[in-house]
Design a protein around this ligand. Structure first.
Ligand SMILES: NC(=O)c1ccc[n+]([C@@H]2O[C@H](COP(=O)([O-])OP(=O)(O)OC[C@H]3O[C@@H](n4cnc5c(N)ncnc54)[C@H](OP(=O)(O)O)[C@@H]3O)[C@@H](O)[C@H]2O)c1
Length: 254
């Protein structure tokens, strides 16, 4: 069994990599930081007697995405694709550069679109395979282009699951709430005052995400408390959800 994971050097992607390696799954690991990738591949390979291949690529660039697409189409035996790499912007739309917005769109939307398009034909031909798209609870919140991108990823996964019914191939959107990773620190987005119980750990997200994918579940919200929150967001009238969203730090322009 072989899996390709984007963004495995930290946080949720690292948790997926460690769980899969411990099960004996060979890995193709995609991220930008070559040194970190190489160390990770070496450690997982040695600890679990698997083949762990480092594939350095920047998914915000067309060359980086093309390298991963090439790797996916070359490997006829890939069983699992985890589209996980991502980041956030700590500013509202009016305060970000269009270059940063496009980089966000490239990593959160264009990369999963292109990688999934590359991997599915082989999986469908073999009648088995799984795609996990690490989306977010932000799917149901009108907060910035990050949320719009994650809403796209969740809708994309749901649409594909309908199209793939009966093929033996499944697509699962995993929608975590606040998870302890490097995400907020990288975005220079300290979140003081968020109580401890609001955070979940990356291993919980990866474990529940894998379980959901194996059960053929289309949308998975890890942890009971975020499951309840996601349900509440989906049944609350949108004007109320938008009113709540106005309390977010980047919605204070009058
Ligand atoms: N943490 C949360 O609260 C939370 C909640 C909901 C959803 N999520 C989603 O979970 C996913 C993983 O995030 P995380 O929280 O685990 O963040 P993280 O700890 O910051 O890890 C992000 C990973 O993505 C890789 N990455 C970032 N930009 C990349 C690029 N341009 N090309 C290739 N790889 C790139 C990073 O590696 P390099 O820097 O080496 O490239 C790293 O391995 C993201 O899609 C995020 O939106 C996170």
């Amino acid at each position: 069994m072989t899996a390709l994971i984007t963004g495995p050097t930290a946080g949720i992607g690292l948790a997926f990599a460690e769980l899969l390696a411990a099960e004996g799954t060979d890995l193709v690991l995609v991220a930008r930081d070559e040194a970190r990738l190489a160390t990770l591949a070496e450690r997982l390979g040695a600890d679990h007697a698997i083949t762990a291949e480092a594939l350095p690529a920047d998914l915000a660039t067309s060359q980086g995405r093309a390298a991963v697409v090439r790797r996916l189409t070359e490997d006829p035996d890939l069983d699992l694709l985890v589209n996980n790499a991502g980041f956030g912007l700590n500013a509202g739309f009016l305060d970000t550069s269009i270059a940063d917005e496009e980089r966000l769109l490239d990593v959160l939307v264009r990369a999963p679109l292109q990688l999934t398009h590359a991997v599915l034909p082989g999986m469908v031909a073999r009648g088995r395979g799984r795609v996990i798209n690490v989306s977010s609870m932000a799917t149901w919140t009108p907060i910035g282009t990050y949320a719009a991108a994650k809403a796209w990823l969740t809708a994309f996964s749901e649409g594909l699951s309908v199209e793939l019914a009966g093929t033996g191939v499944t697509v699962t959107a995993v929608c975590p709430g606040l998870t302890r990773t490097e995400f907020h620190q990288r975005a220079d987005m300290p979140l003081p005052g968020i109580p401890d119980f609001a955070w979940i750990d990356a291993r919980t997200v990866a474990r529940e995400g894998l379980r959901a994918a194996r059960a053929g579940q289309v949308v998975c919200v890890p942890s009971k408390r975020y499951g309840a929150a996601a349900l509440a967001l989906q049944v609350t009238p949108r004007p109320i959800v938008r009113g709540l969203a106005r309390l977010s730090p980047h919605a204070d322009r009058a």
